[in-house]
Design a protein around this ligand. Structure first.
Ligand SMILES: Nc1nc2c(ncn2[C@@H]2O[C@H](COP(=O)(O)OP(=O)(O)O)[C@@H](O)[C@H]2O)c(=O)[nH]1
Ligand SMILES: [Mg+2]
Length: 283
C-alpha cells in the first residue's frame, strides 16, 4: 500500500503531464482525507498557480495533511500519582481488544506494569478474547461475568490497580449495545465511576479507528468525542487496504491526533504514530 495516492495519480498520468481536475479530485476523495482537506489541497495549488500534475498534487497533499498531524504520536509514560487509566473506545470490530493487548505488550516490554480490564461485558466472547491475550502475555485481566456492569467492573479494576501499584490500567470497552445512546451513556458512566477513585481518570480515552472503513471513522470520532472526550486515536489495520487519510479528517474535524498505529494481528504489531512514514505510505 506504499504511496497509495501516488499510485492512483500515476495511473491517471505521468509525473509531469497535466492531469484532469475532476480525476484528481476523485483520487483525493478516495484517499479518505475528507472533503475539506481535498478542497484545501486543490485550492493551495490554484493559489500558487501550479499546474495540476501528479508531483504538484502529491506535494500539496503532503503539506496539507502534515498540518493536521503531529510529527510523532504523544507517547504514554507512567505517572507518580498512581495508575494511568486508558479507556479504549470505538465501534465493534475496529480492534479495541487486540489494541488493548498490543498496548499492554508495548508497555510491559518497557518494564512497566499493566492491568487489563475486560469491560466489554456485552459479549461473552469479548471477555474470553481478552483473557486469552492476558494468559499468553502473562498480564492479569480483571473480568466479571457476561452482562455485568462495566462501570462497576472498571471501578474495581482501578481499585486493584492502585493496590498493586500498577503503572497502567487499560479498560477494553464494548463497541455495541442495544442502542447507540445506551453505548454513549455507558461510557459516560464508566468515566464517572473511574472518577470516584481518581478524579483525573481516565487519563487517556483512545478511539480505536479501523482505517479500512474509510470516512465512517470521522462520524464515529465525533460521536464518541461528544460522549467521552477523546485524547487520541489508534489507527488499526494499516497493514490492510486502509489508506489512513481518515486520520487527517479526524484531526481536522475534532482536533484529536493519532497516537499509535496497528499493523497486524500479533501482539507486537503496534507502533507510535510517525508522520513521515505514515505520509509516505498514504500519499
Ligand atoms: N490486519 C489487522 N487486523 C487487526 C488489527 N487490529 C485488529 N485486527 C483484527 O480485527 C478483528 C477485530 O478485532 P477486535 O480487537 O476483536 O475488535 P473489537 O471488536 O474492537 O474489540 C480481529 O480479527 C483482529 O485480529 C490490525 O492492526 N491489523
Ligand atoms: Mg472487543
Amino acid at each position: 500500500m506504499a504511496g497509495w495516492l501516488k499510485g492512483i495519480l500515476g495511473r491517471i498520468t505521468g509525473a509531469h503531464e497535466s492531469v484532469d481536475w475532476e480525476e484528481v479530485e476523485a483520487a483525493l476523495w478516495q484517499s479518505d482525507l475528507g472533503a475539506p482537506t481535498a478542497t484545501a489541497i486543490l485550492e493551495s495549488l490554484r493559489a500558487k498557480g501550479l499546474a495540476l500534475h501528479s508531483e504538484n498534487v502529491l506535494q500539496a497533499a503532503r503539506e496539507e495533511a502534515a498540518k493536521y498531524l503531529p510529527e510523532k504520536g504523544t507517547d504514554l509514560s507512567p505517572s507518580p500519582n498512581g495508575p494511568v487509566v486508558i479507556l479504549m473506545v470505538g465501534v465493534n470490530g475496529t480492534g479495541k481488544t487486540t489494541s488493548s493487548a498490543k498496548l499492554a505488550t508495548l508497555l510491559k516490554s518497557r518494564g512497566q506494569s499493566v492491568l487489563l480490564c475486560a469491560a466489554d461485558t456485552f459479549r461473552a466472547a469479548a471477555v474470553e478474547q481478552l483473557k486469552s491475550w492476558g494468559d499468553r502475555l502473562g498480564i492479569e485481566v480483571v473480568s466479571s461475568e457476561y452482562g455485568a456492569d462495566p462501570a462497576a467492573l472498571c471501578h474495581d479494576a482501578l481499585a486493584k490497580a492502585k493496590r498493586l501499584k500498577s503503572d497502567f490500567l487499560i479498560c477494553d470497552t464494548a463497541g455495541r449495545l442495544h442502542t447507540k445512546s445506551n453505548l454513549m451513556q455507558e461510557l459516560a458512566k464508566v468515566k464517572r465511576s473511574l472518577g470516584k477513585i481518581d478524579p483525573s481518570a481516565p487519563h487517556e480515552v483512545f478511539l480505536v479507528a479501523d482505517t479500512t472503513t474509510g470516512s465512517n471513522a470521522v462520524v464515529q470520532a465525533k460521536e464518541f468525542h461528544a460522549a467521552t472526550p477523546l485524547t487520541g486515536v489508534i489507527l488499526t489495520k494499516l497493514d490492510g487496504s486502509g489508506k489512513g487519510g481518515v486520520a487527517v479528517a479526524i484531526s481536522r474535524e475534532t482536533g484529536i491526533a493519532p497516537r499509535f498505529v496497528g499493523t497486524g494481528e500479533q501482539a507486537g504489531d503496534l507502533a507510535l504514530f510517525d508522520r513521515a512514514s505514515f505520509l509516505e505510505r498514504m500519499l
